[in-house]
Design a protein around this ligand. Structure first.
Ligand code: NAI
Ligand code: MG
Length: 398
């Protein structure tokens, strides 16, 4: 069989080190691939005025599968300041290359699994009956619609007159906002389409079926956001009834879900939500299983087979320049496991997951976050494992 080519996109800050260490781990696990590097991130914004150059899109188009570290983004004014002087006159506006990737390739399915590792000192614990301490085992797969909704980018401050006039035709707009001057109004829309809503719901149900989860929970707010959340829940009811009657359909409101998260997290299986609520609820669950050092994700388009696999964390710039890297590479390694699942390399994926689980359970090698230290440059001298040492420990288990 010919070797696969994977596009590696280290990006900025700690994205570089976690990706490099993950490639070393993948190699030791017996995954054979050629890697080509895709340029993405702050450096390319500053020097070329584009954090996601066309050549990177071309590489992903060609090879379909990408491993991505993290990027740095900064607010509008700072982004402009750091732009190379000869580009400043060109009227360039910074926009997030991650959002760009999602939209360009229609990566509308985002999966963020949150599973408890036995022995992780960061696992959530709660007080049980009779003053016992419980450590609930979380195994949740969150499906987040990745391209629409409140992050769809359709927004205005001081909306143009035709938009304002259209809004004024809505009685609620007139009643609640009609007295504010147009210039003082900012609008961010929350648009759901049936097509994308159906795709995320089906992806969630199919995952539940494939991995024997007993329930799918739609986590939205249909009692208040009647049109968008309402549509999603109604469609979920139809899909469940027609095609997945063996799977239970639950319905929670995002606000209540964030409260129940700590009460009974072990009761949830697959969760599905729109873009922002999916973002929120996945961060919430990630907090129960160890936080950003453990939170992994996949974004993909099931039709084209394009998939981008990345940890949830960002570039953590304050840690990027330490002479010995201290961050936890597990989130990136787990994201690589999701890639392996996606390209049907389940055997290597399970081997790798088992190795990570053993390192965590054994508890001898712990990065600063697992050792509950604050992330200073001297944590390794004080007993925490470095990024490389964690990768070495995983490799040793392989
Ligand atoms: P961040 O995720 O980079 O870091 C927040 C904190 O989480 C860090 O200071 C550190 O304490 C901890 N942390 C993150 N990754 C860790 C790891 N692997 N191991 C141990 N601890 C870890 O988020 P922050 O500071 O809000 O943003 C920094 C930059 O990253 C910003 O420019 C932001 O725009 C960007 N960002 C990029 C993302 C991406 O590339 N997908 C996602 C989130 C933020
Ligand atoms: Mg987030």
């Amino acid at each position: 069989m010919t070797k696969r080519t994977i596009v590696k996109m280290p990006g900025d800050g700690i994205g570089k080190v976690v990706l490099e260490e993950t490639l070393r781990v993948l190699d030791s696990a017996g995954f054979e691939a050629d890697y080509v590097e895709g340029d993405i991130g702050w450096e390319f914004w500053c020097n070329e005025g584009n954090p996601l150059p066309q050549r990177t899109l071309d590489l992903i188009e060609e090879h379909k599968i990408a491993l991505f570290g993290a990027i740095t983004s900064k607010p509008k004014d700072e982004a402009f300041e750091e732009l190379s002087p000869e580009l400043k006159e060109k009227g360039l506006v910074y926009s997030s290359p991650i959002v760009g990737l999602r939209q360009h390739f229609g990566l509308d399915i985002c999966l963020r699994p949150c599973r408890t590792y036995t022995g992780n000192p960061l696992n959530f614990i709660r007080r049980g009956a009779g003053d016992t301490i419980d450590e609930p085992e979380v195994d949740v797969a969150i499906f987040r619609q990745n391209t629409e909704g409140l992050y769809g980018g359709v927004e205005w401050s001081d909306p143009p007159p035709h938009v304002y006039d259209a809004l004024m035709t809505h009685p609620k707009f007139q009643q609640n906002f009609g007295d504010s001057p147009k210039e003082e109004i900012s609008v961010s829309t929350r648009i759901f389409t049936k097509n994308a809503t159906e795709r995320i719901l089906r992806a969630a149900f199919e995952h539940a079926k494939k991995y024997s989860y007993k329930s799918v929970t739609v986590c939205e707010k249909p009692n208040v956001i009647r049109e968008t959340s309402g549509m999603m829940y109604k469609m979920a009811q139809q899909i469940q009834k027609a095609d997945f009657p063996e799977i239970e359909l639950w319905n929670t409101n995002i606000d209540a879900q964030m409260m129940w998260l700590t009460k009974n997290p072990e009761n949830y299986g697959v969760i599905v939500a729109g873009n922002m609520f999916g973002d929120i609820v996945s961060d919430g669950f990630a907090g129960l299983i160890g936080g950003l050092g453990f939170a992994c994700s996949a974004q993909y388009n099931p039709e084209t087979g394009v998939g981008v696999f990345e940890p949830t964390h960002g570039s953590a710039p304050k840690y990027a320049d330490y002479s010995v890297s201290i961050v936890n590479p597990i989130a990136m390694v787990e994201s690589a496991c999701m890639m392996l699942d996606f390209i049907d390399e389940q055997e290597i994926a399970s081997k790798l997951r088992k190795a990570v689980a053993e390192v965590v359970a054994e508890g001898k090698v712990r990065t600063y976050d697992m050792a509950k230290m604050s992330g200073r440059a001297d944590v390794v001298i004080n007993g925490a494992a470095s990024t490389q040492e964690m990768a070495d420990a995983i490799i040793a288990k392989l």
